[in-house]
Design a protein around this ligand. Structure first.
Ligand code: ATP
Ligand code: MG
Length: 419
């Protein structure tokens, strides 16, 4: 029986990879320009890191983690997100001892056991950026500016920035109680999951996709009406700095984000081109995360971009599909040896050249060159070899010219690299 990939795990094929590489390249360029450094973290961590970091009563920890016991009986988990691991690495390697402020980014696969559908997979990829060690609201705005600049650079328009403040340890408990009281009175309208969430984590009901739950919560008290003085001040500053950076935003008091560790600023960038899985990016401040995993009081803020959803928004631009610069169509025998020698020389110069390995006819080789969309074809038939003048055919304008064998490499390089 043929073995297939696991449900929700995708291959990214050569024809798609150009887009992925372009997105990654742009992220590196933009983020490094903003002073961020790359960090690479393992895909496997102790389950405890996520349970404590993300929060026991979250969707991710309750039902989405790929956790298993290894051969020594340790509970391990394939990372569902990167922030907790990045924070762990920052503590473990005492990056704060050198400079408490760390601006880090990471790119890679994440794993969540969710129902696979368009824009939702079990292995998916994120681009993560985090700033550790700064509580100043200026950084909240700076990170958002960097994110939107990146999205613009990769070419996505029609995005909406939504922001909210989730309060802090001082003010959120009161809001939580208020929300709970409100929902208790209407609990009969809530789905089974949300009835449970009412006890464990009522804020999560905002994220429920069930329509009746959404209707019930529509008139619920707003978190922003319960913020303490300091949180109000922080939020006002964030808005002020966003305006200074020339960024438009929409206040969305219902956006609470699924992770427990968020405090104060939360934001999402949504696209109306994506359908129901419309969130391209989620992020926010998490001033309690470090205490949960390491006991230190270090503030943090960051975001994660879902690469599959981002790439679904990009137009399928042809320039990302690599085509050979040259196809060398040569007849069997001496001509083929010459083609082999030439192709090697071009490859060493970083020029993509293809040739036929199977001794096909010149006609069928020309067909292949056409299929591969080679820019030029060098024809090395018996005749050409005898005359010492192979023919170079420009596949775009169909013009042909003879090229002297003596200076073949130089002329080819010149023509191929010229445009
Ligand atoms: P959603 O509400 O769509 O489940 P989320 O709040 O769980 O998103 P985050 O944990 O904030 O998502 O992750 C950040 C980004 O990662 C999302 O905005 C999305 O683009 C992407 N993402 C999250 N889960 C998946 C998934 N299962 N498949 C593909 N992309 C995902
Ligand atoms: Mg989710």
């Amino acid at each position: 029986m043929e073995i297939k990939a696991i449900r929700g795990f995708n291959d990214i094929l050569p024809e798609e990879i150009g887009m992925w590489q372009f997105v990654e390249r742009t992220a590196r360029e933009v983020f490094e320009g903003f002073g961020f450094s790359e960090i690479r973290i393992p895909v496997l961590e102790r389950t405890e890191l996520f349970a404590r970091g993300i929060g026991e009563a979250t969707d991710i920890v309750e039902k989405e983690m790929y956790s298993f016991l290894d051969r020594s009986g340790h509970s391990l988990t394939l990372r569902p997100e990167a922030t907790a691991s990045m924070a762990r690495a920052y503590l473990e390697h005492q990056l704060h001892a050198f400079d408490p402020v760390a601006k880090l980014y990471s790119i890679g696969p994440m794993f969540r056991y969710e129902r696979p559908q368009k824009g939702r997979y079990r292995q998916f990829h994120q681009i993560d950026a985090e700033v550790f060690g700064v509580g100043n609201p200026m950084v909240d705005a700076e990170v958002i500016l960097m994110l939107l600049h990146f999205l613009k650079k990769v070419g996505i328009g029609r995005l909406e920035l939504q922001i909210n403040s989730l309060g802090c340890r001082a003010c959120r408990p009161r809001y939580r109680e208020e929300l709970k009281t409100f929902l208790m009175k209407r609990s009969f309208q809530l789905c089974e999951d949300c009835q449970r969430r009412l006890e464990t984590n009522p804020l999560r009901i905002f994220d429920c996709k069930v329509e009746t739950c959404q209707e019930t919560i529509a008139d619920a008290p707003k978190v922003t009406d319960f913020l303490c003085e300091e949180c109000i001040l922080h939020f006002n500053k964030v808005k002020e700095y966003l305006e200074m950076a020339g960024l438009d935003y929409i206040l969305n008091p219902k956006m609470v984000r699924g992770l427990d560790y968020y405090t104060r600023t939360a934001f999402e960038v949504v696209s109306y081109q994506l359908g129901s899985q419309n969130a391209v990016t989620g992020g926010g401040r998490y001033d309690n995360l470090f205490q949960e995993i390491g006991g230190l009081d270090i503030p943090g803020i960051g975001f994660a971009i879902g690469m599959e959803r981002l790439i679904a928004l990009l137009s399928k631009d042809k320039k990302f599909i690599p085509h050979p610069s040259l196809f060398i169509a040569a007849l069997n025998g001496e001509a083929q040896r010459e083609a082999y020698r030439l192709a090697n020389q071009l490859h060493l110069e970083g020029i993509r050249a293809e040739l036929d390995y199977e001794g096909k006819s010149l006609k069928s080789q020309m067909r292949k060159a056409d299929k591969l969309k080679a820019r030029f074809v060098l024809i090395l038939g018996e005749e050409e070899l005898k005359k010492g003048r192979p023919i170079l055919r420009n596949m775009e304008d169909k013009s042909q010219e003879e090229i002297p064998m003596e200076n073949l490499l130089g002329i080819l390089k010149d023509k191929i690299l010229r445009d």
